[in-house]
Design a protein around this ligand. Structure first.
Ligand SMILES: NC(=O)c1ccc[n+]([C@@H]2O[C@H](COP(=O)([O-])OP(=O)(O)OC[C@H]3O[C@@H](n4cnc5c(N)ncnc54)[C@H](O)[C@@H]3O)[C@@H](O)[C@H]2O)c1
Length: 357
């Protein structure tokens, strides 16, 4: 008889025991909903250190961890070149999977994973944890309930300044990473744009390799426009010498702006502004979100509920495909030097082309 995953802690295998693997393992260790039983990393010492901290047996084989019988769910937190491989093996073995963003290095690697999860009836969640940051969650709730009127545009600036030797890390290697800062941090902003506006009809981009001696972009400037004329702009940067996260959303009646993500991105706060009747200085309310970043915990709880048949994950494999479509459109737009129409989600409804301005 199958194990009843609704009543017992989920048995988790972690593939990739780096910075984010550890972060996710700590969240699980603190929860009653899951128990780490296996930890895999190509670097055995890392796996051993994580297992010592959060429990579980150590293996060097990602395949053994992804397919082990005594595992209910697999959490994939490798560098980008390992994500799709481990996710596919786990799904084929009948596991539910939580995979880190961006799910794969590109759309061609990612799309079959989503199809496989759907065919097998498995949960495939992707780690777009920014959706669970309290300021961004509140921003979306307010926008959705019409607090700032009709949505006009969004602007995100996101970046850090790397660290000594950054050019030798996997993120700087186009084969291992699949892209540069756009695929690294920029994809979070693209996911948030899609979460707020739905599909985009046009994408333009400039990419720079401005400072780091690497073969990927260290700065990405992307402009996106919906069929209704709403515009979103992104500047993602590895030359932001002081960490920055700023996400602005402008509506016909006001604006919402999230600054900071906690930690070394500064305290998270949401500014809510209402356009004054006479167009003078607007009334502004500032909401602070002090304390620890709980986005990882909230995201994990939603995943566990989805595995138990209650609700959906915060971001699904399909959400990852939507973000990857925008990433690929931006890379193409930058390469050809013109505006690109991103590939559409084949399951999406036709776009209503109602112009804003
Ligand atoms: N959600 C977020 O905000 C966020 C933040 C940072 C990183 N990430 C994502 O998390 C993932 C990991 O990033 P990180 O910062 O932890 O990197 P990291 O370099 O700290 O860790 C990656 C680990 O994976 C291991 N690894 C690589 N290939 C493997 C394989 N085939 N099998 C087993 N282990 C393997 C490496 O040895 C390393 O220990 C990436 O997908 C990254 O984009 C997400």
């Amino acid at each position: 008889m199958g194990r009843n995953v609704s009543s017992q802690p989920l048995r988790v295998a972690i593939v990739g025991a780096g910075r984010i693997g550890r972060r996710r393992a700590e969240v699980m260790a603190a929860s009653r909903s899951a128990r780490v039983v296996l930890v895999a990393d190509t670097d055995r010492a890392r796996a051993a250190a994580l297992a010592a901290a959060c429990g579980g047996r150590v293996t060097e084989s990602w395949e053994a961890a992804a397919t082990a019988e005594a595992v209910d769910v697999v959490v994939v937190t490798t560098s980008h070149d390992g994500l799709a491989r481990a996710t596919r093996a786990a799904l084929e073995a009948g596991k539910d999977v939580f995979c880190e963003k961006p799910l794969a290095r590109n759309l061609a690697e990612a799309a079959p994973l989503v199809a496989l999860a759907e065919r097998r009836g498995r949960v495939l969640a992707v780690g777009f944890n920014h959706r669970c940051h309290p300021g961004l969650a509140r921003l979306r709730a307010l926008a959705t309930e019409g607090a700032i009127g009709q949505l006009l545009w969004a602007r995100c600036r996101y970046g850090h300044g790397g660290r000594a030797g950054y050019e030798r890390e996997w993120r700087a290697d186009p084969v291992r990473a699949g892209g540069g800062e756009l695929l690294d941090q920029g994809i979070h902003a693209l996911d948030l744009f899609g979460w707020l506006f739905g599909e985009f009809a046009e994408v333009a981009a400039f990419l720079q390799t401005a400072f780091w001696p690497v073969a990927v972009e260290d700065n990405a400037f992307v402009l996106l426009r919906t069929a209704a004329g709403q515009v979103a702009s992104l500047h993602a940067s590895w030359t932001q010498w002081r960490n920055l996260f700023s996400f602005e959303l402008c509506g016909s009646q006001g604006y919402l702006c999230v600054e900071g993500l906690g930690g070394n991105y500064g305290p998270e706060r949401l500014r809510v502004g209402k356009r004054a009747e006479n167009f003078g200085a607007p009334d502004e309310q500032v909401i602070e979100f002090p304390g620890e970043d709980r986005s990882w915990e909230l995201e994990w709880c939603a995943f566990v509920s989805a595995v138990r048949g209650q609700g959906t994950p915060v971001a699904s494999g399909r959400d990852a495909l939507a973000a990857l479509r925008l990433v690929e459109a931006a890379y193409r737009a930058a390469a050809v030097g013109s505006v690109i129409r991103p590939e559409r989600d084949p399951a999406a409804a036709p776009v209503a082309a109602e112009a804003v301005g």
